[in-house]
Design a binder for this molecule. Structure first.
Ligand SMILES: *[C@@H]1O[C@H](CO)[C@@H](O)[C@H](O)[C@H]1NC(C)=O
Ligand SMILES: *[C@@H]1O[C@H](CO)[C@@H](O)[C@H](O)[C@H]1NC(C)=O
Ligand SMILES: *[C@@H]1O[C@H](CO)[C@@H](O)[C@H](O)[C@H]1NC(C)=O
Ligand SMILES: *[C@@H]1O[C@H](CO)[C@@H](O)[C@H](O)[C@H]1NC(C)=O
Length: 449
């Protein structure tokens, strides 16, 4: 449906199209956290689903999309404007997957669809499904049933299908659309052909309902060629950054996902190398050298932190997981040290989900005094830098007056450790893909807003 007014809007956008960013300029997408955030038990069950799907690598798919990946249960949303005229979508920001996808509707008369509930393909004059023979179509996983191309159809579209380990699915047409983006100097940039999955069948607990918190899809920021960061990186500069603001704050602060350019606080950054694991080319791996609790280094063999020759193990940074997950040898040590150094009465773990191994009773203490009695965790990273997250990044309030250690043991064979989004709160994180390094700064967040 291309009405006259849509054509006009489209021309308007093309007219103002920005071909390149000027020096120091970068793209800014609002990064939000829905309120209320998930309860710790919800976060945990979402995370476990998410990690299971990260771990279930479908055999035989030789493409940058290795995992069919994210169940999209992360809790930070990016606002993306797609189509002509632009439609506003909230997508889960996920460094643990590659595909950008949005729930789509083929409605013509969409009065039954509240604005923003899905992408209305027929209301965009620039929507173009890829052909099933297009090179782009080989980059996405397809339905195991039915052949990819139907030779009797001239216009056979590229069908993708992402299945998750819990049976959830996002399936539809792999397509190209116009993305409209703001720059740091309040100009409008436009990417004419952003590849994304237009999801006509979206079903299952991982991608619908409460656990998805009203998002319309996932913004994959992984290392694969079809991710948002790869597609925009080729045009606007191959780095991105974000600051995940503390979501217990009220009103919830806004920050931005930025693409390209140089973050203002770059002098303040500490850097650690980003590693590539051929077994999981989507993920951003970092190398942890040691962990300390209250300044005492834990007796953990450093080999525990690295991935092996086959690619098992290692540690990833994932904005789409809420809690952090450590492999057994590390978790056991962290838990023992935390238990020993906690200067607060312990509390029984909350009953509906006795999933937390260490909880403190902070009844009668204000937040500041309770926080002062929590052990301090810090990670020594490759590059000789220290990451010392504030205690609220790893102790979470599970009930009124009960704070639990928000770190979990990951038991699956071949599994990796995950630094989730809670642990990253309050840091400006810069993924510099050209230099293969991760920059982080505790003072950068105020600059990114
Ligand atoms: C669109 O749907 C509304 C409500 O169902 C109806 O009143 C209207 O006539 C429809 N318009 C067209 C063009 O079909
Ligand atoms: C191709 O499409 C035709 C017409 O819709 C259908 O009858 C046929 O079964 C399809 N072939 C395959 C291989 O899906
Ligand atoms: C750009 O920024 C303006 C002002 O903050 C906002 O109203 C608009 O929705 C933004 N547009 C896009 C495409 O993000
Ligand atoms: C916490 O301690 C208070 C008294 O100091 C007690 O009444 C309460 O039951 C304790 N809560 C838990 C969950 O252990």
């Amino acid at each position: 449906m291309v009405t006259q007014s849509h054509v006009n809007v489209f021309l308007f956008i093309v007219f103002f199209q920005l071909l390149a960013l000027s020096s120091g300029e970068f793209l800014k997408l609002p990064l939000l956290h829905p309120t209320p955030g998930p309860s710790p038990s919800e976060a945990l069950s979402q995370d476990l689903r998410h990690l299971n799907s990260l771990l279930s690598r479908p055999p035989g798919i030789k493409s940058p999309v290795i995992s069919g990946a994210s169940s999209g249960t992360g809790q930070y949303f990016v606002t993306l404007h797609l189509g002509a005229p632009p439609q506003k979508l909230n997508l889960v920001a996920d460094t643990g997957s590659d595909l950008v996808w949005a729930r789509c509707s083929a409605c013509r008369n969409c009065s039954a669809h509240p604005s923003g509930s899905s992408f209305l393909a027929r209301h965009s004059s620039s929507f173009r499904p890829h052909h099933c023979y297009a090179a782009a179509c080989r980059l996405v996983p397809h339905s195991p049933h039915g052949s990819l191309c139907n030779h009797t159809h001239l216009h056979s579209p590229c069908r993708y299908e992402y299945s998750y380990s819990d049976g959830s699915v996002s399936a539809g047409f792999f397509s190209a659309e116009v993305a409209t983006l703001n720059t740091s100097s309040n100009r409008v940039a436009e990417l004419r052909d952003l590849d994304f999955g237009c999801g006509f069948q979206v079903a299952g607990p991982s991608v619908t309902g409460a656990s998805f918190s009203g998002a319309q899809g996932v913004l994959g920021l992984g290392r694969g060629g079809i991710s948002f960061s790869s597609q925009l990186g080729r045009r606007f500069g191959n780095k991105f950054s974000y600051c995940l603001m503390d979501y217990t704050l009220s009103p919830p602060p806004t920050s931005f996902l930025t693409i390209g350019g140089v973050a203002k606080s770059s002098t303040d950054f500490r850097f650690t190398p980003l590693l590539t694991n051929p077994l999981s080319p989507t993920f951003y791996y970092i190398s942890i050298r040691s962990v300390s609790v209250d300044g005492v280094r834990l007796p953990v063999s450093s080999s525990v932190w690295s991935f092996d020759k086959i690619g098992n193990g290692g540690t990833i940074i994932d904005s789409g997981t809420t809690l952090s997950f450590l492999t057994k040898p590390v978790y056991t040590q962290v838990l023992a040290a935390m238990r020993k150094r906690l200067r607060l009465p312990s509390a029984a773990p909350p009953t509906p989900t006795p999933a937390f191994d260490l909880c403190a009773n902070v009844t009668g203490l204000d937040r500041k005094r309770a926080t002062a009695k929590l052990p301090r965790l810090s990670f020594r990273l490759a590059g000789g830098v220290e990451m010392a997250p504030p205690p609220r990044n790893y102790f979470i309030e599970t009930l009124e007056g009960v704070w639990c250690l928000g770190i979990q043991e990951v038991t699956t064979k071949g599994a990796f450790s995950v630094i989730g989004n809670l642990m990253q709160q309050g840091f400006l994180m810069e993924f510099d893909r050209d230099k293969s390094r991760l920059g982080f700064s505790r003072r950068g967040c105020s600059l990114s807003s």
